[in-house]
Design a protein around this ligand. Structure first.
Ligand SMILES: [Zn+2]
Length: 441
């Protein structure tokens, strides 16, 4: 039996607590100092002093693209919009090798792990012009990191996904299913015939008994609005339906936003908003002109977050692209995503953090983690004062626990003086990142 005692940790509600973990599961949470050292038996127990740290459930990345990550240097997108990104990516995609995808994806995965992510869902392209090298690379990472992170791989259908031209793409997607992916993706709103594409994707997912996770309405143009058709289809579909982006919902009239949000809630569809890529790609001069006439607000590249929240829809938030033609920025840190939901999405801080913890777990069908007895001890400790400090400053000093075991620890040392002449020679500011897993650089 393995026992771990976390002492003097602060919770998000401000209490100081001790947390006892037995065999990877939280056994007891009690006022700091009330669980004595004897509660962690000398033989197999460990005690971690978390004074100065906030402790919370580990973070979740519900939507990213590890096959594309870290390609911005070789696949620039001068136009900066979605069409430019797709064009740059299709040229790059033809050149991918399994080793290259593995190396880039591992770098971003390890960064995410160090930031506190223990559940990560990545999309991956499958299309007639791919040889599934990226799928194999991501499945290898899923296997290798199984003990520290739940990686889910969603295979996206190539375009088009309707009509006879879809068949070679469908064949490649079916080959990816044979390799053991976790769900079916695609972008039906970019299809010539979105409803036929939706039907095909749902039929494939239904046959495979896998969830659907689709990119939908990634535009500020209100004329592109496939979401209502997806809701109709979800009523006939037995598995989880998750929908990413739905940017054009925010360009509809407020009454439409409310009605569609209520239908989403009733259908149990989970939404993932992707603030960073969409704020980058959407609402550029010219591109948002159509949205300005009909929309309830300015074209911002974010979905109708208030209407969705009011209707009780589960809204998660993801990084989407990290340093690729779709978004040159990104730290693989869900706290960055949460911060954007506050500054750009005007959501309360608590709800923004929920979008990368509880709501994100629901979006990817992962068990909820709580700081309470019976929960898996997948925890994140951050040297922060409180909720606002946590999301606003996103301190780097973090300890990541997976089933009660430390799987990553980042330590930062900073030295500051108002009198440069006084600096001792050995006090040059240093910043060290120690990662116990992988090859973080
Ligand atoms: Zn995406």
């Amino acid at each position: 039996m393995s026992r771990v005692l976390l002492r003097n940790a602060r919770t998000l509600s401000g209490e100081q607590v001790d947390v006892r973990i037995i065999d990877g599961v939280i056994d007891e949470v009690a006022a700091a100092g009330s669980l004595s050292a004897q509660d962690a038996p000398e033989s197999s127990g460990q005690t971690h002093d978390l004074s100065g740290f906030l402790v919370l459930p580990s973070l979740v990345e519900p939507h990213t693209h590890l096959d594309k990550t870290l390609t911005i240097d070789r696949a620039p997108n001068p136009a900066g919009d979605l069409d430019g990104a797709i064009e740059a990516w299709l040229r790059e995609r033809a050149l991918l090798t399994e080793e290259d995808v593995y190396r880039r994806a591992q770098t971003t995965l390890v960064r995410a792990l160090g930031n506190g992510v223990t559940v990560l869902r990545t999309h991956v392209d499958t299309a007639a012009d791919t040889d599934l090298a990226a799928v194999r690379a991501l499945l290898q990472l899923r296997r290798e990191y199984h003990g520290v992170m739940d990686v889910q791989v969603i295979a996206g259908h190539g375009l088009p996904a309707s009509g006879p031209d879809a068949l070679p793409h469908t064949k490649m997607l079916l080959d990816a299913l044979e390799l053991g992916v976790d769900g079916i993706g695609g972008a039906p709103s970019l299809d010539e015939n979105p409803s036929a594409a939706l039907d095909r994707l749902a039929a494939i997912a239904s046959d495979a008994r896998l969830p659907l996770d689709l990119h939908v309405d990634e535009t500020t143009d209100p004329e592109v609005f496939v979401l209502p058709q997806l809701i109709d289809l979800a009523d006939r579909f037995d598995h989880r339906v998750t929908v990413g982006h739905i940017v054009s919902l925010a360009a509809q009239r407020e009454q439409v936003q409310r009605d569609v949000s209520r239908r989403l809630a009733a259908a149990g569809i989970t939404v993932v908003t992707l603030p960073q890529s969409n704020l980058y790609l959407q609402g550029r001069p010219g591109a948002g002109a159509a949205a300005r006439g009909a929309g309830a607000g300015p074209a911002r590249g974010l979905t109708a977050l208030d209407a969705l929240a009011e209707a009780g829809v589960t809204v998660a938030a993801g990084a989407d692209n990290i340093a690729d033609p779709f978004n040159p920025m990104g730290r693989a840190d869900p706290l960055e995503t949460a911060s954007l939901l506050v500054t750009a999405g005007h959501r309360p801080v608590e709800s923004a953090l929920g979008a990368v913890t509880d709501a994100a777990r629901r979006a990817v069908d992962s068990p909820i983690v709580a700081l309470a007895p019976g929960s898996d001890a997948d925890l994140l400790a951050v040297r922060a004062d409180d909720l606002t400090d946590l999301v606003g400053r996103a301190p780097q000093e973090r300890i990541v626990y997976r089933r009660g075991r430390v799987v990553s620890r980042t330590q930062v040392s900073r030295w500051v003086t108002p009198n440069p002449g006084d600096a001792p020679t050995n006090a040059a500011p240093t910043s060290r990142t120690l990662s116990t897993i992988g090859n973080e650089r």
